[in-house]
Design a protein around this ligand. Structure first.
Ligand SMILES: Cc1cc2nc3c(=O)[nH]c(=O)nc-3n(C[C@H](O)[C@H](O)[C@H](O)COP(=O)(O)OP(=O)(O)OC[C@H]3O[C@@H](n4cnc5c(N)ncnc54)[C@H](O)[C@@H]3O)c2cc1C
Length: 478
């Protein structure tokens, strides 16, 4: 192996592949290390949903949008807790990064999409305008295109090699150590993803996830072991995003992402511990976890026999028989009357009855004056007239934020994706992006596709700036 490269990228998910390709396109020699046997990481497992403003896809659908509008929305949703300069750079570059992907061969048709599985443009989050771009073949499609392009641009991709540590000389990052071999480079991009699979880091940096207890399950890729935090500790890198991540609400018996585990019945109601309906059951996951937290950390999903029997076949968790098994095991409650159900889950009878009666009064006619669920259903292209909840026996299953998708505590980066030290000064030669680079993913997941847009946009910027750092080093004759 040639042991001297202009740019070294650690991690071959979305951020790493985008960084490697961008640096190579700028003329740098690039090596990328991936710890697993194949590139892809969580990016490959994802729906590939990408939030971006002012794109050709939006324009073709007549949607007026701009990076400024996106920036305002992004900052507002995150209550201005994020750094404006970084977020402005992200919002400004997300659209051009999407166009870059289209030029590379990613396919996103100018069509309205009802969900994260149908290529096109969708509303998947709390959005002021539709910004959720769904690529053909989802995250897999993105990774395939980027991987192919990397190889076509001469990026050396080394699989099955977990980088052990950074090489640091005179305060400057000068390379990495992998397989006990030193590989030198003018700039290093850390793109190792998050830490969802390291229980100690989850405990320390995202304790809300541990609060899910036995119900917690991780859908992030196996390589999400928090190596960015280990590398950062060696160079006094600042961390940001403490306590933030994406935990999706699921019933306690779900054990896989919804495209494997299936979908709960449409005719369901979520009630809190006071027996009252408290949210749009289809509220975007950007906000649904926060709503549940406000209501004591868990709720009850209530549905009836007709809904259970109507579950679509072929899924592992939301299946007619699986619900029956949970009842038999005493974990999901079944009762012949509302009163018995209320008793069993310890909520007031009168409140549960009132919640159900109000549902039955409105949702079968296609309107939800309290939570506007008909609007969410219509955005997904789903029927807005739902069944009454009236055919006993009745069921109650606990719902709580328990599906760990991604983590947001990363190495603090500036608008160039340069890693900052604890004084806020860029560490020479070090860049980070994706879940490893902190500061873009905040308190709230924005739109449909916040994390993929972050990985690819900041990855691309990291690659461009790493190549520029190499060029500057070379110009200085080092
Ligand atoms: C099931 C699922 C669905 C999702 N859907 C969406 C969606 O539709 N839209 C959205 O915005 N977000 C989505 N997300 C979140 C999003 O996919 C991730 O936040 C994003 O892909 C992270 O990209 P990344 O490049 O930072 O990390 P990854 O894609 O995980 O890549 C990191 C890579 O680094 C490798 N690595 C780790 N340590 C080392 C090391 N020491 N040396 C070498 N290699 C190393 C890992 O093996 C991995 O391949 C989803 C996540 C999941 C799990």
């Amino acid at each position: 192996m040639d042991e001297q490269f202009d740019v070294i990228v650690i991690g071959g998910g979305g951020a790493g592949l985008a960084a490697a390709l961008a640096a190579a396109q700028d003329g740098a020699s690039v090596i990328l290390f991936e710890s697993e046997r194949a590139v892809g990481g969580s990016t490959q497992l994802s729906a590939g949903l990408f939030t971006a403003a002012g794109t050709s896809v939006q324009r073709a659908l007549g949607i007026e949008d701009s990076a400024e509008k996106f920036y305002q929305h992004y900052m507002d949703l995150n209550q201005w807790m994020l750094r404006p300069g970084l977020i402005h750079a992200f919002c400004t570059n997300a659209g051009p990064t999407l166009e870059w992907l289209l030029e590379l061969g990613v396919r996103i048709p100018a069509a309205v999409s009802g969900n994260a599985h149908q290529p096109g443009l969708t509303r998947a989050g709390v959005e002021d305008v539709w910004r959720g771009h769904v690529p053909k073949d989802q995250g897999y499609g993105l990774v395939q295109v980027l991987d192919r392009s990397c190889r076509a641009h001469g990026v050396e991709v080394v699989l099955g090699t977990r980088v052990q540590r950074l090489l640091v000389e005179d305060g400057h990052v000068a390379g990495v150590v992998a397989d006990d071999i030193e590989v030198r480079g003018s700039a290093v991009v850390i793109a190792t993803g998050g830490f969802a699979n390291d229980p100690d880091f989850v405990e320390r940096y995202f304790p809300a996830a541990r609060a899910a207890g036995e119900a917690l399950f991780v859908v992030a890729a196996p390589g999400s072991r928090g190596d960015h935090l280990r590398f950062g500790a060696d160079v006094d890198a600042a961390l940001t995003g403490h306590g933030w991540g994406l935990l999706m609400p699921t019933v306690y018996f779900q054990r896989a992402h919804h495209w494997q585990s299936g979908f709960p019945p449409a005719s369901r109601i979520l009630v809190d511990q006071a027996g009252r309906r408290f949210m749009d059951e289809d509220a975007p996951y950007a906000v649904s976890t926060g709503i549940i937290d406000q209501h004591g950390g868990y709720g009850w999903m209530i549905f009836d026999e007709r809904a259970r029997l109507g579950l679509a076949p072929g899924y592992t968790d939301w299946a007619t028989e699986r619900v029956a098994e949970e009842v038999a095991a005493g974990r999901t409650v079944r009762a012949d009357s509302w009163e018995e159900l209320a008793e069993a889950i310890d909520v007031p009878h009168a409140a549960l009855r009132a919640s159900i009666e109000r549902w039955n009064q409105h949702l079968p006619s296609g309107r939800d004056p309290d939570f506007l669920r008909h609007v969410s259903l219509a955005a997904k292209g789903s029927p807005t007239r739902l069944d009454p909840i009236a055919s006993g026996p009745f069921y109650a299953a606990k719902i709580l934020p328990a599906e760990l998708v991604c983590t947001h505590t990363g190495l603090e980066i500036d608008a160039r994706a340069a890693v900052l030290d604890s004084t806020g000064t860029p560490i020479p030669g070090l860049f980070a992006a994706g879940e490893a680079g902190g500061g873009v993913l905040g308190l709230r997941y924005v739109g449909g596709g916040n994390a993929i847009a972050n990985a690819l946009t900041m990855g691309r910027l990291a690659g461009n700036n790493a190549a520029a750092a190499h060029a500057a080093t070379k110009a200085r004759g080092n």
